[in-house]
Design a protein around this ligand. Structure first.
Ligand SMILES: Nc1ncnc2c1ncn2[C@@H]1O[C@H](COP(=O)(O)OP(=O)(O)OP(=O)(O)O)[C@@H](O)[C@H]1O
Ligand SMILES: [Mg+2]
Length: 445
């Protein structure tokens, strides 16, 4: 191998300085628009042979591992097939002149190939050769090679021109790789977006399905429970009515009739509770003074309510807009629950307050009611309280901890349905061992 500066013969590249610069300039501008590697390699080969007047040009691309060169473009006297490589030559790194350039990352000019031991002669042996590496990010990604039938055909100017071409080609290769990377990133992003949308869709479908199952379960529970309770009451009614005919005296007859009447009353309450729960009770809200309602209820239900009732009723209570019958059923339900929770006696507390509920006041309450003016009615007792784990269930229809026949489990469902339908809310506080507290919020009218 010679030092290229010692070349004796005239340069193969004969364009002259100005023409060369112009050519390189055009080259740089054209390269920008080339869409892919294949176009780029052939464009380079065509211009090295064409505009830059080298006799031939062969371009090799390095494989990913950086161990082998593969012919990707070839033009000139020895490569007549134009844009077609019939049988691409493969040269391992380190082998021959091109393989040597790939390994050493250094451009070479060979003045006399016959004197070069690394030269692998082919059918039409050349005499001199120039070969420059394509380097990207410090890695050899290919080589550009040109041969000439005469000795010492290449000089320093040729080397400079070909090195500039190689630099432009490498820069464009980097750009294409970058575009490729961005495109794959875009595709990966698009794919993960597609997967995400699919997952969200699946999840929404699952949630809808789950909701349906829960709904069906609730309906099943509701109708099953209702049918069972209603059937029991009908049996009591019809049984007692049958006994009326068999009664031996008037007193017995009255007793059977009373039993049937009580059962019919309970059946009516069951229907009322159920309707209120399903929010189909026809409420007729009127302006109501809750204090007056409470005192009336207490006076009229003495036998059913706990003996010890303490009331703390606010003096200037604001009127509320509620259906008085439904409000009465709701209150009686709460009071009877309190009575049942205190089998050994205790005090039932009833308190009313005018309150202003603000957005930031009470987080759990804000989930149920909008900010505004309310009458807060608190019913608390000194019974066994509600275990925290049961708190979620007590408002469920037919949830009861009372013995069979003692409770239908619809009382609190009715209270919840009624309060929601009235634009208010009910909140239970589980003060185990200190009794239970129920807070009812009625919007003022
Ligand atoms: N004041 C209270 N103290 C303790 N537990 C209570 C209280 N109020 C309700 N509970 C619990 O909540 C359950 C459900 O109450 P709910 O009023 O809905 O039904 P019930 O009283 O069992 O039957 P009914 O339909 O006759 O009212 C009760 O069985 C009880 O376990
Ligand atoms: Mg009850």
């Amino acid at each position: 191998m010679n030092n290229f500066e010692s070349a004796q013969n005239p340069p193969a590249h004969k364009g002259g300085d100005v023409l060369t610069l112009k050519t390189l300039n055009t080259f740089a501008v054209d390269v920008i628009t080339l869409p892919d590697e294949d176009e780029l390699f052939w464009y380079v080969a065509q211009n090295v042979v064409g505009r830059l007047q080298f006799l031939d040009c062969v371009i090799y691309k390095a494989d990913e591992a950086g161990t082998e060169l593969i012919q990707v473009a070839a033009l000139g006297a020895k490569n007549p097939h134009d844009r077609e490589i019939l049988n691409p030559l493969k040269i391992p790194f380190g082998q021959g002149i091109t393989g040597g350039v790939a390994q050493s990352k250094t451009a070479v000019i060979i003045d006399d190939l016959l004197k070069d031991q690394t030269y692998i002669a082919d059918s039409e042996p050349a005499r001199s050769e120039i070969c420059v590496p394509l380097v990207s990010h410090g890695r050899v990604v290919g080589v550009i090679d040109s041969e000439h039938p005469e000795i010492g055909a290449f000089d320093a100017a040729d080397l400079e021109v070909l090195t500039t071409v190689a630099a432009m080609t490498s820069a464009k290769l980097e750009l294409l790789a970058e575009v490729d990377r961005s495109h794959s990133q875009y595709l990966a992003l698009k794919e993960s977006h597609r997967q995400l949308s699919e997952e969200i869709q699946n999840r929404t479908a699952l949630e809808a399905e789950f909701f349906n199952v829960r709904k069906m379960e609730a309906v099943g529970q509701l109708t099953g429970g209702f049918a069972h309770d209603f059937n029991n009451l009908l049996t009591v009614i019809s049984g007692n009515l049958e006994f009326v005919g068999l009664a031996e005296n008037e007193a017995q007859r009255q007793e059977y009739l009373d039993e049937a009447r009580t059962a019919a009353g309970r059946a009516a309450k069951l229907i009322q509770d159920l309707l209120a729960f399903s929010q189909r009770m026809h409420l007729r809200p009127v302006r109501t003074n809750l204090n007056t309602m409470i005192t009336t209820i207490c006076a009229q239900n003495r036998q059913r309510l706990p003996g010890d009732i303490q009331m703390d009723l606010v003096e200037d209570i604001l009127p509320v807009q509620v259906d008085p019958t439904a409000a009465e059923i709701a209150l009686v339900n709460l009071m009877i629950n309190a009575r049942d929770a205190m089998p050994h006696g205790g005090t039932l507390y009833i308190k009313t307050e005018n309150i202003q509920h603000g957005v930031a006041d009470n987080e759990s309450l804000s989930k149920n009611i909008v900010p505004g003016s309310y009458v807060k009615l608190t019913v608390s007792d000194e019974g066994e309280g509600i275990p925290p784990e049961a708190l979620d269930q007590i408002f469920d229809p037919f949830f009861t901890t009372k013995p069979v026949g003692a409770g239908t489990g619809l009382g609190l469902s009715m209270v919840l349905g009624f309060m929601q339908q009235s634009g208010g809310a009910v909140i239970a506080k589980p003060e185990v061992s200190q009794g239970a507290t129920f807070e009812l919020y009625f919007p003022t009218s």
